[in-house]
Ligand binder design. Structure first.
Ligand code: SDX
Length: 392
Protein backbone atom coordinates (compact mmCIF):
# COMPACT_ATOMS: atom_id res chain seq x y z
CA UNK A 1 0.00 0.00 0.00
CA UNK A 2 1.32 3.51 -0.76
CA UNK A 3 1.59 4.64 2.86
CA UNK A 4 1.68 8.43 3.07
CA UNK A 5 4.12 8.02 5.90
CA UNK A 6 6.27 5.26 7.33
CA UNK A 7 5.36 4.15 10.83
CA UNK A 8 7.90 5.38 13.33
CA UNK A 9 7.83 3.86 16.85
CA UNK A 10 7.05 7.27 18.35
CA UNK A 11 4.02 7.75 16.12
CA UNK A 12 2.81 4.18 16.65
CA UNK A 13 2.98 4.65 20.41
CA UNK A 14 0.25 7.30 20.17
CA UNK A 15 -1.73 5.83 17.24
CA UNK A 16 -4.91 4.19 18.55
CA UNK A 17 -5.82 2.39 15.34
CA UNK A 18 -5.20 2.09 11.61
CA UNK A 19 -7.58 3.83 9.24
CA UNK A 20 -7.66 4.59 5.51
CA UNK A 21 -10.41 7.20 5.60
CA UNK A 22 -8.77 10.53 6.48
CA UNK A 23 -5.17 11.72 6.61
CA UNK A 24 -4.09 14.81 8.54
CA UNK A 25 -0.64 16.41 8.53
CA UNK A 26 -0.96 18.87 11.40
CA UNK A 27 2.41 20.53 10.78
CA UNK A 28 1.70 21.17 7.11
CA UNK A 29 -2.04 21.87 7.50
CA UNK A 30 -3.03 19.01 5.18
CA UNK A 31 -6.40 17.20 5.30
CA UNK A 32 -7.18 14.43 2.80
CA UNK A 33 -10.34 12.32 2.55
CA UNK A 34 -9.40 9.06 0.79
CA UNK A 35 -6.49 11.01 -0.73
CA UNK A 36 -8.49 14.02 -1.96
CA UNK A 37 -7.62 17.47 -0.46
CA UNK A 38 -10.44 19.02 1.56
CA UNK A 39 -10.36 22.34 -0.33
CA UNK A 40 -10.80 20.56 -3.69
CA UNK A 41 -13.69 18.50 -2.30
CA UNK A 42 -15.38 21.61 -0.87
CA UNK A 43 -14.97 23.40 -4.21
CA UNK A 44 -15.93 20.63 -6.62
CA UNK A 45 -18.12 18.06 -4.82
CA UNK A 46 -21.47 17.99 -3.08
CA UNK A 47 -21.95 16.53 0.38
CA UNK A 48 -23.41 13.22 -0.81
CA UNK A 49 -20.46 12.73 -3.18
CA UNK A 50 -18.09 13.22 -0.22
CA UNK A 51 -20.28 10.94 1.93
CA UNK A 52 -20.07 8.21 -0.74
CA UNK A 53 -16.28 8.68 -0.93
CA UNK A 54 -15.91 8.38 2.84
CA UNK A 55 -18.18 5.33 3.06
CA UNK A 56 -16.98 3.36 0.03
CA UNK A 57 -13.40 4.57 -0.48
CA UNK A 58 -13.81 5.82 -4.06
CA UNK A 59 -15.75 8.72 -5.55
CA UNK A 60 -19.08 7.68 -7.10
CA UNK A 61 -19.73 7.47 -10.83
CA UNK A 62 -22.64 9.65 -11.98
CA UNK A 63 -24.85 6.52 -11.91
CA UNK A 64 -23.67 5.57 -8.41
CA UNK A 65 -24.24 9.16 -7.22
CA UNK A 66 -27.75 9.09 -8.69
CA UNK A 67 -28.60 5.73 -7.10
CA UNK A 68 -27.01 6.63 -3.73
CA UNK A 69 -28.98 9.88 -3.61
CA UNK A 70 -32.20 8.01 -4.43
CA UNK A 71 -31.51 5.46 -1.71
CA UNK A 72 -30.96 8.22 0.85
CA UNK A 73 -34.22 9.88 -0.20
CA UNK A 74 -36.12 6.62 0.43
CA UNK A 75 -35.21 6.87 4.13
CA UNK A 76 -35.57 10.56 5.04
CA UNK A 77 -38.80 10.04 7.02
CA UNK A 78 -38.63 9.00 10.68
CA UNK A 79 -41.13 6.64 12.35
CA UNK A 80 -44.26 8.60 13.26
CA UNK A 81 -43.98 7.38 16.86
CA UNK A 82 -40.56 9.03 17.10
CA UNK A 83 -42.18 12.40 16.55
CA UNK A 84 -44.03 11.88 19.83
CA UNK A 85 -40.72 11.20 21.56
CA UNK A 86 -39.98 14.94 21.33
CA UNK A 87 -42.95 15.71 23.59
CA UNK A 88 -40.92 14.45 26.55
CA UNK A 89 -38.48 17.38 26.22
CA UNK A 90 -39.01 20.94 27.46
CA UNK A 91 -39.29 23.32 24.52
CA UNK A 92 -36.22 25.21 25.76
CA UNK A 93 -34.02 22.09 25.99
CA UNK A 94 -30.63 22.50 24.31
CA UNK A 95 -31.00 20.99 20.82
CA UNK A 96 -27.89 18.84 21.38
CA UNK A 97 -29.55 17.28 24.43
CA UNK A 98 -32.57 16.50 22.26
CA UNK A 99 -30.36 15.16 19.44
CA UNK A 100 -28.64 12.80 21.90
CA UNK A 101 -32.04 11.55 22.98
CA UNK A 102 -33.75 11.11 19.64
CA UNK A 103 -30.75 9.63 17.81
CA UNK A 104 -30.37 7.14 20.64
CA UNK A 105 -34.11 6.47 20.38
CA UNK A 106 -33.58 5.28 16.79
CA UNK A 107 -31.90 2.28 18.42
CA UNK A 108 -35.28 1.34 19.89
CA UNK A 109 -36.87 1.36 16.43
CA UNK A 110 -34.16 -0.61 14.67
CA UNK A 111 -32.68 -2.74 17.41
CA UNK A 112 -34.24 -6.06 16.56
CA UNK A 113 -33.63 -5.73 12.84
CA UNK A 114 -29.87 -5.15 12.99
CA UNK A 115 -27.19 -7.81 12.95
CA UNK A 116 -23.99 -5.71 12.87
CA UNK A 117 -22.04 -8.73 11.63
CA UNK A 118 -24.19 -8.71 8.47
CA UNK A 119 -22.74 -6.38 5.83
CA UNK A 120 -26.09 -5.60 4.18
CA UNK A 121 -27.47 -4.61 7.61
CA UNK A 122 -24.49 -2.30 8.05
CA UNK A 123 -25.09 -0.72 4.64
CA UNK A 124 -28.77 0.00 5.32
CA UNK A 125 -27.91 1.34 8.78
CA UNK A 126 -25.47 3.79 7.17
CA UNK A 127 -28.15 4.90 4.71
CA UNK A 128 -30.78 5.30 7.46
CA UNK A 129 -28.46 7.42 9.62
CA UNK A 130 -27.32 9.63 6.75
CA UNK A 131 -30.93 10.07 5.61
CA UNK A 132 -32.56 10.69 8.99
CA UNK A 133 -30.10 12.97 10.75
CA UNK A 134 -31.19 16.11 8.81
CA UNK A 135 -34.83 15.26 9.54
CA UNK A 136 -34.13 14.81 13.27
CA UNK A 137 -31.97 17.96 13.39
CA UNK A 138 -34.68 20.07 11.77
CA UNK A 139 -37.25 18.52 14.14
CA UNK A 140 -35.11 19.59 17.11
CA UNK A 141 -35.23 23.16 15.84
CA UNK A 142 -38.93 23.13 14.95
CA UNK A 143 -39.79 21.64 18.35
CA UNK A 144 -37.88 24.46 20.09
CA UNK A 145 -39.90 27.07 18.17
CA UNK A 146 -43.30 25.48 18.65
CA UNK A 147 -43.75 25.29 14.88
CA UNK A 148 -44.97 22.05 13.30
CA UNK A 149 -42.45 19.54 11.94
CA UNK A 150 -41.99 19.81 8.18
CA UNK A 151 -41.81 16.56 6.22
CA UNK A 152 -38.74 15.94 3.99
CA UNK A 153 -39.12 17.02 0.36
CA UNK A 154 -37.37 14.41 -1.75
CA UNK A 155 -37.32 16.58 -4.86
CA UNK A 156 -34.82 18.86 -3.11
CA UNK A 157 -31.07 18.30 -2.64
CA UNK A 158 -29.73 16.98 0.68
CA UNK A 159 -28.85 20.50 1.88
CA UNK A 160 -31.88 22.12 0.21
CA UNK A 161 -34.20 19.65 1.91
CA UNK A 162 -32.55 20.39 5.27
CA UNK A 163 -33.08 24.15 4.82
CA UNK A 164 -36.69 23.46 3.84
CA UNK A 165 -37.36 21.33 6.94
CA UNK A 166 -35.72 24.01 9.09
CA UNK A 167 -37.35 27.16 7.74
CA UNK A 168 -40.50 26.28 5.77
CA UNK A 169 -43.93 26.46 7.42
CA UNK A 170 -47.25 25.01 6.21
CA UNK A 171 -48.57 28.54 5.69
CA UNK A 172 -46.15 29.94 3.14
CA UNK A 173 -44.37 28.61 0.04
CA UNK A 174 -40.64 28.18 0.69
CA UNK A 175 -38.03 28.54 -2.05
CA UNK A 176 -34.52 27.29 -1.31
CA UNK A 177 -31.94 30.05 -1.79
CA UNK A 178 -29.14 28.49 -3.91
CA UNK A 179 -26.48 30.60 -2.14
CA UNK A 180 -27.56 29.23 1.24
CA UNK A 181 -27.93 25.71 -0.19
CA UNK A 182 -24.34 25.75 -1.50
CA UNK A 183 -23.03 27.27 1.74
CA UNK A 184 -24.83 24.62 3.82
CA UNK A 185 -23.42 21.87 1.60
CA UNK A 186 -19.87 23.23 1.97
CA UNK A 187 -20.25 23.43 5.75
CA UNK A 188 -21.42 19.81 5.79
CA UNK A 189 -18.41 18.77 3.66
CA UNK A 190 -15.94 20.66 5.88
CA UNK A 191 -17.26 18.88 8.99
CA UNK A 192 -17.73 15.40 7.49
CA UNK A 193 -14.76 13.61 9.01
CA UNK A 194 -11.54 14.34 10.84
CA UNK A 195 -9.62 11.15 11.68
CA UNK A 196 -9.59 10.07 15.34
CA UNK A 197 -11.09 13.15 17.02
CA UNK A 198 -12.80 12.74 20.39
CA UNK A 199 -16.30 12.02 19.06
CA UNK A 200 -15.13 9.61 16.36
CA UNK A 201 -13.01 7.78 18.90
CA UNK A 202 -16.09 7.65 21.14
CA UNK A 203 -18.13 6.04 18.36
CA UNK A 204 -15.34 3.56 17.59
CA UNK A 205 -15.02 2.64 21.26
CA UNK A 206 -18.77 2.18 21.70
CA UNK A 207 -18.98 0.18 18.45
CA UNK A 208 -16.10 -2.08 19.48
CA UNK A 209 -18.37 -3.83 21.99
CA UNK A 210 -20.85 -4.61 19.21
CA UNK A 211 -23.34 -2.03 20.53
CA UNK A 212 -26.33 -0.86 18.50
CA UNK A 213 -24.96 1.60 15.87
CA UNK A 214 -27.68 4.21 16.53
CA UNK A 215 -26.73 4.20 20.22
CA UNK A 216 -23.06 4.56 19.19
CA UNK A 217 -23.91 7.65 17.15
CA UNK A 218 -25.74 9.07 20.18
CA UNK A 219 -22.51 8.58 22.16
CA UNK A 220 -20.60 10.45 19.45
CA UNK A 221 -23.10 13.32 19.62
CA UNK A 222 -22.64 13.53 23.38
CA UNK A 223 -18.86 13.74 23.01
CA UNK A 224 -19.06 16.32 20.20
CA UNK A 225 -21.21 18.62 22.37
CA UNK A 226 -18.30 19.71 24.60
CA UNK A 227 -16.97 23.28 24.12
CA UNK A 228 -13.44 21.93 23.58
CA UNK A 229 -14.75 19.96 20.58
CA UNK A 230 -17.83 20.51 18.43
CA UNK A 231 -19.39 22.88 20.96
CA UNK A 232 -16.66 25.40 20.08
CA UNK A 233 -18.64 26.79 17.14
CA UNK A 234 -21.42 27.89 19.47
CA UNK A 235 -18.88 29.10 22.07
CA UNK A 236 -16.94 30.99 19.37
CA UNK A 237 -19.90 33.02 18.12
CA UNK A 238 -20.86 33.78 21.73
CA UNK A 239 -17.28 34.97 22.29
CA UNK A 240 -17.30 37.16 19.17
CA UNK A 241 -20.60 38.68 20.29
CA UNK A 242 -19.20 39.26 23.79
CA UNK A 243 -16.14 41.01 22.31
CA UNK A 244 -18.57 43.07 20.23
CA UNK A 245 -16.13 45.61 18.78
CA UNK A 246 -12.51 45.48 17.60
CA UNK A 247 -11.32 47.83 20.34
CA UNK A 248 -12.17 45.19 22.95
CA UNK A 249 -10.04 42.48 21.27
CA UNK A 250 -6.80 43.20 23.22
CA UNK A 251 -8.69 42.58 26.48
CA UNK A 252 -9.68 39.09 25.32
CA UNK A 253 -6.25 38.30 23.86
CA UNK A 254 -4.75 39.16 27.25
CA UNK A 255 -7.27 36.91 29.00
CA UNK A 256 -6.46 34.04 26.60
CA UNK A 257 -2.79 34.34 27.54
CA UNK A 258 -3.38 34.63 31.29
CA UNK A 259 -2.65 31.24 32.88
CA UNK A 260 -4.86 32.17 35.82
CA UNK A 261 -7.80 32.79 33.53
CA UNK A 262 -9.58 29.66 32.21
CA UNK A 263 -10.74 31.66 29.16
CA UNK A 264 -9.56 30.27 25.84
CA UNK A 265 -10.03 31.84 22.41
CA UNK A 266 -12.82 29.69 21.02
CA UNK A 267 -12.19 28.57 17.45
CA UNK A 268 -8.43 28.77 18.01
CA UNK A 269 -5.94 25.98 18.58
CA UNK A 270 -6.00 22.30 17.78
CA UNK A 271 -4.51 19.13 19.18
CA UNK A 272 -3.21 18.11 15.75
CA UNK A 273 -2.99 21.22 13.57
CA UNK A 274 0.06 23.28 14.50
CA UNK A 275 -0.55 25.19 11.27
CA UNK A 276 -3.64 26.78 9.76
CA UNK A 277 -6.59 24.32 9.75
CA UNK A 278 -7.23 23.88 6.00
CA UNK A 279 -10.96 23.79 6.70
CA UNK A 280 -10.78 27.21 8.34
CA UNK A 281 -9.29 28.66 5.14
CA UNK A 282 -12.22 27.37 3.06
CA UNK A 283 -14.66 28.45 5.78
CA UNK A 284 -13.24 32.00 5.76
CA UNK A 285 -13.55 32.24 1.95
CA UNK A 286 -17.10 30.83 2.10
CA UNK A 287 -17.93 33.35 4.82
CA UNK A 288 -16.92 36.26 2.61
CA UNK A 289 -18.78 34.77 -0.39
CA UNK A 290 -22.02 34.16 1.51
CA UNK A 291 -22.08 37.50 3.32
CA UNK A 292 -21.39 39.47 0.14
CA UNK A 293 -23.92 37.49 -1.93
CA UNK A 294 -26.53 38.00 0.80
CA UNK A 295 -25.52 41.62 1.31
CA UNK A 296 -25.02 40.91 5.01
CA UNK A 297 -22.66 43.29 6.79
CA UNK A 298 -22.07 41.94 10.30
CA UNK A 299 -19.62 43.37 12.84
CA UNK A 300 -18.92 39.76 13.83
CA UNK A 301 -16.87 39.26 10.66
CA UNK A 302 -14.91 42.44 11.30
CA UNK A 303 -14.18 41.33 14.87
CA UNK A 304 -13.24 37.80 13.72
CA UNK A 305 -10.86 39.03 11.03
CA UNK A 306 -9.16 41.56 13.35
CA UNK A 307 -8.94 38.97 16.13
CA UNK A 308 -7.32 36.53 13.69
CA UNK A 309 -4.89 39.20 12.44
CA UNK A 310 -3.81 40.18 15.96
CA UNK A 311 -3.54 36.60 17.23
CA UNK A 312 -1.52 35.40 14.25
CA UNK A 313 1.02 38.16 14.94
CA UNK A 314 1.10 37.68 18.69
CA UNK A 315 4.27 35.95 20.06
CA UNK A 316 2.21 33.81 22.48
CA UNK A 317 0.01 32.40 19.71
CA UNK A 318 2.99 31.98 17.41
CA UNK A 319 4.98 30.17 20.12
CA UNK A 320 2.00 27.92 20.96
CA UNK A 321 1.23 27.39 17.25
CA UNK A 322 -2.37 28.49 17.72
CA UNK A 323 -4.30 29.07 14.50
CA UNK A 324 -8.00 29.40 13.68
CA UNK A 325 -9.69 26.00 13.42
CA UNK A 326 -12.82 24.80 11.66
CA UNK A 327 -15.04 26.43 14.28
CA UNK A 328 -13.73 29.97 13.96
CA UNK A 329 -15.68 31.21 10.92
CA UNK A 330 -18.43 28.59 10.68
CA UNK A 331 -20.72 30.32 13.15
CA UNK A 332 -20.78 33.56 11.14
CA UNK A 333 -21.96 31.67 8.06
CA UNK A 334 -24.54 29.65 10.02
CA UNK A 335 -25.87 32.89 11.52
CA UNK A 336 -26.11 34.44 8.03
CA UNK A 337 -28.05 31.37 6.87
CA UNK A 338 -30.47 31.97 9.74
CA UNK A 339 -29.51 29.05 11.95
CA UNK A 340 -29.79 29.90 15.66
CA UNK A 341 -26.60 29.64 17.74
CA UNK A 342 -28.08 26.84 19.85
CA UNK A 343 -28.28 24.72 16.68
CA UNK A 344 -24.63 25.23 15.59
CA UNK A 345 -23.28 22.06 17.17
CA UNK A 346 -26.27 20.12 15.84
CA UNK A 347 -25.06 21.17 12.36
CA UNK A 348 -21.64 19.75 13.22
CA UNK A 349 -23.23 16.48 14.46
CA UNK A 350 -25.40 16.22 11.33
CA UNK A 351 -22.35 16.62 9.06
CA UNK A 352 -20.03 14.40 11.12
CA UNK A 353 -22.49 11.50 11.17
CA UNK A 354 -21.09 10.21 7.86
CA UNK A 355 -17.55 10.25 9.30
CA UNK A 356 -18.69 8.35 12.37
CA UNK A 357 -20.50 5.80 10.18
CA UNK A 358 -17.48 5.43 7.86
CA UNK A 359 -15.25 4.62 10.86
CA UNK A 360 -17.90 2.26 12.26
CA UNK A 361 -18.04 0.41 8.90
CA UNK A 362 -14.23 0.38 8.66
CA UNK A 363 -13.94 -1.29 12.07
CA UNK A 364 -16.08 -4.20 10.93
CA UNK A 365 -14.19 -4.43 7.64
CA UNK A 366 -11.02 -4.62 9.78
CA UNK A 367 -12.44 -7.56 11.72
CA UNK A 368 -15.12 -6.04 13.96
CA UNK A 369 -15.43 -6.97 17.59
CA UNK A 370 -11.95 -6.19 18.93
CA UNK A 371 -13.13 -4.31 21.99
CA UNK A 372 -11.26 -1.09 22.74
CA UNK A 373 -9.74 -1.48 26.21
CA UNK A 374 -7.22 1.29 27.08
CA UNK A 375 -4.93 0.62 30.08
CA UNK A 376 -3.95 3.22 32.73
CA UNK A 377 -1.04 4.32 34.89
CA UNK A 378 -2.35 3.57 38.43
CA UNK A 379 -1.54 6.40 40.87
CA UNK A 380 -3.79 5.37 43.77
CA UNK A 381 -3.31 3.69 47.17
CA UNK A 382 -1.27 0.51 47.65
CA UNK A 383 -3.32 -2.51 48.88
CA UNK A 384 -4.63 -2.00 52.45
CA UNK A 385 -7.01 -3.95 54.78
CA UNK A 386 -10.66 -2.86 55.15
CA UNK A 387 -11.90 -3.20 58.76
CA UNK A 388 -15.66 -3.44 59.32
CA UNK A 389 -17.16 -0.12 60.60
CA UNK A 390 -19.13 -0.07 63.89
CA UNK A 391 -22.17 1.84 62.54
CA UNK A 392 -23.76 4.52 64.87
C1 SDX B 1 -12.57 20.56 16.97
O1 SDX B 1 -9.64 16.61 17.20
C2 SDX B 1 -10.25 17.13 16.18
O2 SDX B 1 -9.93 16.86 15.05
C3 SDX B 1 -11.37 18.06 16.54
C4 SDX B 1 -12.01 18.76 15.35
C5 SDX B 1 -12.78 17.81 14.45
O3 SDX B 1 -13.02 18.14 13.30
O4 SDX B 1 -13.26 16.77 14.99
O5 SDX B 1 -11.02 19.41 14.57
C6 SDX B 1 -13.04 19.80 15.80
O6 SDX B 1 -12.84 20.14 18.07
C7 SDX B 1 -11.70 21.77 16.77
C8 SDX B 1 -11.27 22.39 18.12
C9 SDX B 1 -12.45 23.24 18.62
N1 SDX B 1 -12.15 23.73 20.00
C10 SDX B 1 -11.91 25.02 20.25
O7 SDX B 1 -11.79 25.89 19.38
C11 SDX B 1 -11.79 25.35 21.74
C12 SDX B 1 -10.58 26.26 21.97
N2 SDX B 1 -9.34 25.46 21.71
C13 SDX B 1 -8.69 24.88 22.87
O8 SDX B 1 -9.59 24.43 23.87
C14 SDX B 1 -7.58 23.92 22.47
O9 SDX B 1 -6.85 24.53 21.48
C15 SDX B 1 -7.92 22.51 22.03
C16 SDX B 1 -8.71 21.80 23.04
C17 SDX B 1 -8.62 22.53 20.74
C18 SDX B 1 -6.61 21.77 21.82
O10 SDX B 1 -5.94 21.85 22.99
P1 SDX B 1 -4.61 20.96 23.25
O11 SDX B 1 -4.02 20.47 22.02
O12 SDX B 1 -4.95 19.96 24.30
O13 SDX B 1 -3.63 21.98 23.73
P2 SDX B 1 -3.56 22.47 25.17
O14 SDX B 1 -4.95 22.68 25.69
O15 SDX B 1 -2.66 21.57 25.93
O16 SDX B 1 -2.91 23.86 24.92
C19 SDX B 1 -1.52 23.92 24.61
C20 SDX B 1 -1.15 25.31 25.04
C21 SDX B 1 -1.61 25.62 26.46
O17 SDX B 1 -0.71 26.59 26.99
P3 SDX B 1 0.47 26.05 27.99
O18 SDX B 1 -0.25 25.46 29.21
O19 SDX B 1 1.24 24.98 27.22
O20 SDX B 1 1.27 27.27 28.29
O21 SDX B 1 -1.83 26.26 24.18
C22 SDX B 1 -2.74 27.03 24.97
C23 SDX B 1 -2.94 26.31 26.28
O22 SDX B 1 -3.23 27.23 27.31
N3 SDX B 1 -3.97 27.09 24.19
C24 SDX B 1 -4.73 28.16 24.09
C25 SDX B 1 -5.78 27.81 23.23
N4 SDX B 1 -5.63 26.55 22.85
C26 SDX B 1 -4.51 26.10 23.45
N5 SDX B 1 -4.61 29.39 24.64
C27 SDX B 1 -5.59 30.27 24.32
N6 SDX B 1 -6.62 30.01 23.50
C28 SDX B 1 -6.75 28.80 22.95
N7 SDX B 1 -7.76 28.53 22.11
Amino acid sequence: KNKLFTYDPGFMSTASCESAITYIDGDEGVLLHRGYPIDELAENADYLEVAYLLLFGERPTPEQHRDFTKLIKNHTLVHEQLTRFFQGFRRDSHPMAVMCGVSGALAAFYHDSIDVTNQSHREITAIRLLAKMPTLAAMCYKYSTGQPFMFPQNHLSYSGNFLYMMFATPCEPYVVNPVLERAMDKIFILHADHEQNASTSTVRTAASSGANPFACIAAGIASLWGPAHGGANEACINMLEEIGTVDRIPEFIARAKDKNDPFRLMGFGHRVYKNYDPRAKVMRETCHEVLSELGVNTPLLEVAMELERIALNDPYFIEHKLYPNVDFYSGIILKAIGIPVSMFTVMFALARTVGWIAHWKEMYNQGGFKIVRPRQLYTGEKQRPFEKMEKL
